[in-house]
Design a protein around this ligand. Structure first.
Ligand code: ADP
Length: 804
């Protein structure tokens, strides 16, 4: 009866030895070396037991697992440095019951387990399934030698079988210990099976990952080899390197350009195509052009914004006179954009007549933000392809204007001005405004697709500004996306200041003159404004000043240091005879000619309405390209006059014997709108009653059949136009009174605006003489007048037609 068996102990760090397993252990700890020596004296037997924590140097019983392996020492070698290498063979499981620590080595009291060797069918099944699992495992793991499978399958004893399999698996110490502690072979097999299936799963995933990585690597390597091979072959064939060199050059450029991934892929594909193409292929050029386009677009170039509102304000102030409201709006707009950079605001749209500084304002915004500036004109664009480009399949295809603009901009966040957005039109080739919609929509424009470029381009950093003369022709959905800022036009005072502070210095500089060369008196400037230009903006003014500068430059070249002073009097020497008369529309009060006020795209304008009466049958002819509304307005005016025949002293059927011709010069320019109603009625009344119309009066207003005067639009532009032409009295519909608050005070002071509610008041104020029945009865008077007078009341001395 062995009773209490005692064995020297070798505590193991991080390893575990199963029964029947043979392996080397390196022993360094003094106590362990002594334990080995003791064992050598006692049948070479020793207890191997794993430490729970590998770091413990002097383990107590609680630091060791309770089950260990009895092993036989088969060999011992002393290694240099005092370490001893032992070859051990595991024999059987032992339970550690007590640890004796009072000697210079560890000794344990141990107890063997009872062995059960019965092989039930269940155990048989387990073994088979583990065998299958182990086979899979060996295939996946590569760490297990293939012959292990054969060895293992030969083992008959279930417990040993499990130990053997377990010894081949790479698992954690705790797991191994679990197997060791599973004394019952059935239990051991079950545990092993669970561990194995988990390991297989992990290995499977690992394998998949490896496979993917390898594939990727192989692909790049393969491509590299093939390309090198191709180069070699082509070299052999004498098809040298020009194309290769070109392709390589493109590859270098592509690498340098830091293109977005998708674009780079596309570009490389094209380079590959180029490379494979026979040298003379025409398509090569197409690909080259395309690649050049891709490379020249600012995919990742960005300028840094100057986000300084004070500075922006200063710059706007520096570049432009007046326009206070507009500047404030722009500053507010910039402020909001700054605060909510991601919350993209609407697009700024500057609306106003030509020459009021829309383009130059946009340029200033760019200068204030230190962004690049590009400008494209949308005038006359009627084809979607002009915005979006043509597909590359077309010969001579190019990108659309947006992408062309971006290339010019050289950064992906420029200020992008689109002029004349109101001058786009639609035809069978598609609607450019829908393409533009995509460009301007912050939700969509981060991936703008151009037919030519094919890969999406990010426009979301671009600050778009649009301009137009009216909102009238801008498609509704576009209009909804934009924040409108109206610039109505300048007063004469404004223009004088703009000329003095901005235009003259600018033109002097552009023409190489100094202030000493040319002096332009204020009166001369005023005269240019009044008699050489008639415009809402300052474009012609600038042109005239530039014309003067050129002429003066000529003189200065002839005679160095010459000083030219231009005054009211000698202005004509430089600019020729005046083109417009200032003061009144007509030279004298006239019959049948009324001056109306029109609103046009270029601001306000004067409109004269002429009426001639002829013998006839009551026909009314309208000429001068009048639109439907204007024609109806003429008819309404006529009906009103007929209803007032009595009070105007006309025969009841006066219209039956006459034909009326209404003409509005300039004949070639289409006109429309109801606002000439009262002017037409006045001209009619004047022609029919032979009463002249005051030449210094102009009027605007819609007329009803009863003679009521209805409000009209464009009040500010119209008053400015009258003021420009030097007309003193303006008749306006009373309901437009509130619009007067917009009129600059210096203009208000110079013109007299009379508010009228009814046509009777208009006639009272506009006709230069009494009307109404005289001593004769009305019927006779009307008739005799037409008989008596020269039928054509048109005065040949009239002003030339109002030019635009
Ligand atoms: P738009 O684009 O409205 O047709 P521009 O921007 O081309 O007008 O302006 C025409 C010229 O008039 C430019 O040289 C511009 O600098 C000048 N200009 C217009 N308004 C002002 C202003 N308020 N102050 C200074 N210069 C102005």
């Amino acid at each position: 009866m062995p009773g209490k068996t005692k064995l020297p102990v070798l505590p193991l760090r991080g390893v575990l030895v199963f029964p029947n397993m043979v392996l080397h252990l390196d022993v360094g700890r003094q106590r362990s070396i002594v334990a080995l020596e003791k064992a050598m004296m006692k049948e070479n037997l020793i207890l191997l037991v794993a430490q729970k924590d590998a770091k413990t140097d002097e383990p107590a019983i609680e630091d060791l697992y309770p089950v260990g392996t009895e092993a036989k020492i088969k060999q011992m070698i002393k290694l240099p440095g005092g370490t001893i290498r032992v070859l051990v063979e595991g024999l059987k499981r032992l339970k550690l019951t007590k640890l004796l620590t009072d000697q210079d080595y560890l000794e344990a009291e141990v107890k063997p387990f009872k062995s059960r060797k019965k092989k039930t069918p269940e155990i048989e099944a387990r073994i088979r399934s583990i065998l299958y699992q182990f086979e899979q495992y060996t295939k996946l793991s590569r760490k297990v030698p293939p012959e292990a499978l054969v060895t293992v399958s030969d083992i008959d004893d279930p417990g040993r079988f499990a130990d053997m399999v377990a010894s081949h698996l790479s698992m954690k110490l705790e797991q191994k210990q679990e197997i060791l502690e599973a004394v019952d072979p059935g239990e051991r097999l079950e545990k092993l099976s669970i561990i194995l299936s988990h390991e297989i799963e992990v290995l499977e995933i690992e394998r998949k990952i490896n496979l993917r990585v390898r594939k990727q690597m192989e692909k790049t390597q393969k491509e590299y080899y093939l390309r090198e091979q191709m180069k070699a072959i082509q070299k052999e064939l004498g098809e040298t390197d020009e194309r290769m060199a070109e392709a390589d050059e493109y590859r270098d450029k592509i690498a340098e350009a830091k293109l977005p991934e998708e674009v780079e892929e596309k570009a490389l594909k094209e380079v590959e195509r180029l490379e494979k193409m026979p040298p003379a292929a025409a398509e090569g050029t197409v690909i080259r052009t395309y690649l050049d386009w891709l490379l020249e677009l600012p995919w990742s170039v960005e300028t840094k914004d100057r986000l300084d509102l004070d500075m922006a304000e200063k710059i706007l102030e520096e570049d432009h006179y007046g326009l206070q409201k507009v500047k404030e709006r722009i500053i507010e707009y910039l402020a909001v954009r700054q605060l909510a950079e991601k919350l993209k605001g609407p697009i700024l749209c500057l609306i106003g007549p030509p020459g009021v500084g829309k383009t130059s304002l946009a340029r200033s915004v760019a200068r204030a933000l230190e962004r690049n500036f590009v400008r494209i004109s949308l005038g006359g664009v009627r084809d979607e392809a002009e915005i979006r480009g043509h597909r590359r399949t077309y010969i001579g295809a190019l990108p659309g204007r947006i992408i062309q603009g971006m290339r010019q901009a050289k950064s992906k966040n420029p200020v992008f001005l689109m002029d004349e957005i109101d001058k786009m039109s639609t035809d069978f080739r598609g609607d450019p405004s829908s393409a533009l919609l995509e460009v301007l929509d912050p939700e969509q424009n981060n991936s703008f697709s151009d037919h030519y470029i094919e890969v999406p381009f990010d426009l979301s950093q671009v600050m778009f500004i649009t301009t137009g003369n009216t909102t009238y022709n801008i498609p509704r959905p576009l209009l909804d996306r934009m924040e409108l800022i109206h610039i109505p036009g300048y007063t004469e005072e404004d223009k004088v200041e703009i000329a003095r502070q901005y235009l003259i210095p600018k033109q002097l500089k552009e023409n190489g003159l100094s202030e000493g060369n040319l002096e332009l008196s204020e009166n001369a400037v005023r005269r240019i404004i009044r008699e050489y230009t008639r415009e809402a903006g300052v474009r012609n003014l600038e042109r005239n000043i530039s014309a003067i500068c050129r002429k003066v430059a000529r003189e200065v070249v002839r005679e160095r240091g010459k000083h030219v002073k231009i005054t009211r009097q000698n202005l004509h020497k430089y600019l020729g005879i005046p083109r417009y008369r200032y003061g009144a529309a007509e030279k004298e009060d006239e019959i049948g000619v009324a001056t109306g006020l029109a609103w046009t795209e270029t601001g306000g304008d004067l409109l004269s309405i002429e009426i001639t009466l002829m013998k006839g049958k009551g026909k009314m002819t309208l000429t001068g390209q009048l639109g439907d509304v204007m024609q109806e307005s003429a008819k309404a005016a006529m009906s009103y006059i007929r209803s007032r025949a009595d009070s105007l002293g006309l025969a009841k059927d006066f219209y039956e014997n006459i034909d009326i011709h209404i003409h509005v010069p300039e004949g070639a320019i289409p006109k429309d709108g109801p606002s000439a109603g009262i002017a037409m009625a006045t001209a009619l009344a004047s022609a029919l009653t032979r009463t002249p119309i005051r030449r210094d009066v102009t009027m605007t207003g819609e007329i009803t059949l009863r003679g009521r005067v209805l409000p009209i639009g464009g009040v500010k532009e119209k008053i400015l136009a009258a003021h420009r032409a030097g007309i003193k009295y303006i008749l306006m519909p009373a309901e437009n009174r509130r619009d007067l608050s917009d009129i600059p005070p210096q203009v208000r002071r110079k013109v007299e605006v009379k508010m009228v509610e009814h046509m009777d008041e208009v006639l009272e104020l506009a006709l230069a003489g009494p009307i109404g029945p005289g001593e004769d009865d009305g019927e006779k008077k009307g008739e005799t007048k037409i008989k008596r007078d020269d039928l054509d009341v048109r005065n040949e001395n009239r002003d030339p037609a109002v030019p635009h």
